[in-house]
Ligand binder design. Structure first.
Ligand SMILES: Cc1cc2nc3c(=O)[nH]c(=O)nc-3n(C[C@H](O)[C@H](O)[C@H](O)COP(=O)(O)OP(=O)(O)OC[C@H]3O[C@@H](n4cnc5c(N)ncnc54)[C@H](O)[C@@H]3O)c2cc1C
Length: 440
């Protein structure tokens, strides 16, 4: 993003959990701050050294420790890249329970530490359910071995849950045990253009009703984001004449056990949408080949990188009720117009896309000519206030990092923050573990 710049004095790349433990003990004895770093794909400045802390990169810890093709349980070093884990288990006909655009660089330890959501959450649920155990080095160097391979274990406090989404503030995750679901026998997708945003919710209801258990993703892309993707070579997916003045687009994915059955369901859905008297869509396409399936996903997954090509992005990743998705985008655009900050001299695009099925909107505000303090002042805390007014969350999946520490209060009560601080104090009384992140 070109927004965060590190000030690390050095980068250490341990190869074993024992080495991590020794580094942490040394740092604790001298009160040296440590920033755990995975694939460095995080969006909120969490893996960046703010005040000359050392960076502890997990990149050299990249061994798969075990995979059981019967139970689907995978145990791996934290530094394993998500894509390599997918490749490792693919021959055994399993998939990772999470998938995201950054899969070629992000690491499983980073995914766990950010509680990454991504494109499969609708179907397979969050990491709080899929992670069975972790191994972590605590801020005094102790190794906490909770690398369970059990699906059921009700023996008191479930400490691993604290590390899922802790963003490296409680310790360093060095190993992960995770449940990988069987690979679907058939995957299909459908790309739809909608005349107006108000149709998204009824469409979601209809899609859920008709596709039932095979629905695995329901992704939303507004018109600005779609046009940007096409401009950067990610389409067009649909015939431009038929798209007409569509306000937004939806990608529907199914994953099931029988291709003929799934295709039939999708064809019936598309036909019923096309032939309805007051159709919810302008047009749509059902992928006819693996290549077209990939192209449709490439558009959705490639948006994050297209945003970078348009200018400097202010990125907000919020949860709001489905009915309010587009309202939030519009309110932000109107705000920038009313402040005289919209146009070539300021913000050139405000767009939204995201995982509608999970109520998660990626709001991107692009400054063509770079970040400027007056732009940020107009956006924050305004956006957080808007999100709070819709009873949403200021971070649906990217986390708090160093970007949103002051905004935490918009989504967490004073009592929650107090108890988060107490937990941090118990684990890390010297405040050496990723200082300045998450907590204000
Ligand atoms: C193109 C693109 C698409 C993305 N899509 C999604 C998406 O759909 N859903 C989503 O949730 N996120 C998404 N992200 C954000 C990001 O990829 C995720 O947050 C990812 O889980 C971060 O993993 P990482 O290994 O890169 O972690 P890093 O960026 O290196 O670190 C993130 C945070 O975790 C901490 N950390 C990293 N590794 C460890 C460890 N082993 N132990 C303790 N702390 C650690 C760091 O200190 C930091 O606070 C996307 C990013 C990009 C660039």
């Amino acid at each position: 993003m070109g927004k965060y710049f590190g000030h690390a004095t050095c980068v250490l790349r341990p190869r074993t959990t024992q080495q991590v433990s020794e580094i942490v003990k040394y740092c604790a004895s001298r009160r040296i701050g440590i920033v755990p770093q995975g694939g460095n794909t995080g969006m909120v400045g969490g893996s960046i050294s703010l005040r000359k802390e050392i960076v502890l990169s997990l990149g050299a810890m990249s061994n798969v420790r075990s995979f059981d093709p019967v139970s689907g349980i995978l145990v791996a070093d934290a530094g394993c890249i998500l894509q390599s884990l997918s490749d490792h288990i693919a021959p055994h006909k399993h998939i990772m329970p999470l998938d995201l655009g950054a899969k070629g660089s992000c690491q499983i330890g980073g995914n766990v530490s950010t509680n990454a959501g991504g494109l499969r959450l609708l179907r397979y649920g969050s990491l709080h359910g899929n992670v069975l155990g972790i191994e972590a080095v605590l801020p005094d160097g102790t190794i906490l071995d909770q690398l369970s391979v059990l699906r059921k274990d009700n023996t008191g406090y479930d400490m691993k849950q604290l590390f899922i989404g802790a963003e490296g503030t409680l310790g360093i995750v060095t190993g992960v045990s995770i449940m990988a679901p069987p690979a679907p026998q058939a995957s299909n997708n459908l790309f739809l253009a909608l005349p107006k945003f108000d149709n998204v919710l009824p469409l979601y209801q209809q899609v859920k009703g008709q596709l039932g258990e095979i629905l695995s993703a329901f992704e939303y892309i507004d018109r600005t984001a779609y046009d940007m993707g096409v401009k950067h070579g990610l389409g067009p997916i649909l015939n431009l004449d038929e798209v007409g003045d569509a306000e937004c687009f939806v990608l529907v994915e199914t994953s099931g056990g029988n291709n003929t059955h799934d295709e039939e369901k999708l064809n019936i859905l598309l036909e019923s949408l096309m032939s309805a008297d007051e159709s919810l869509i302008n047009t749509g396409v059902l992928s006819q080949s693996p290549g077209q399936f990939e192209n449709i996903w490439a558009l959705r997954e490639g948006l994050t990188e297209c945003v970078q090509k348009e200018g400097k992005p202010y990125k907000y990743d919020v949860s709001v009720p489905l009915t309010d998705f587009q309202k939030v985008v519009d309110q932000v655009r109107e705000r920038m117009i009313s402040k005289g900050l919209y146009g070539d001299h300021g913000i050139t695009k405000v767009m939204g896309y995201g995982h509608v099925g999970d109520g998660n909107l990626h709001l991107n505000v692009i400054a063509k000519n770079g970040y400027r303090p007056e732009l940020e002042e107009a956006l924050e805390p305004f956006i957080y206030e808007v999100v709070a007014s819709h009873k949403g969350s200021i971070s649906a999946e990217h986390g708090i990092g160093s970007m949103k520490t002051d905004a935490l209060r918009y989504s967490k009560s004073d009592v929650s923050i107090q108890w988060m601080k107490k937990i941090k104090q118990v684990f890390d009384p010297l405040n050496i573990m990723n200082p300045g992140k998450v907590l204000p």
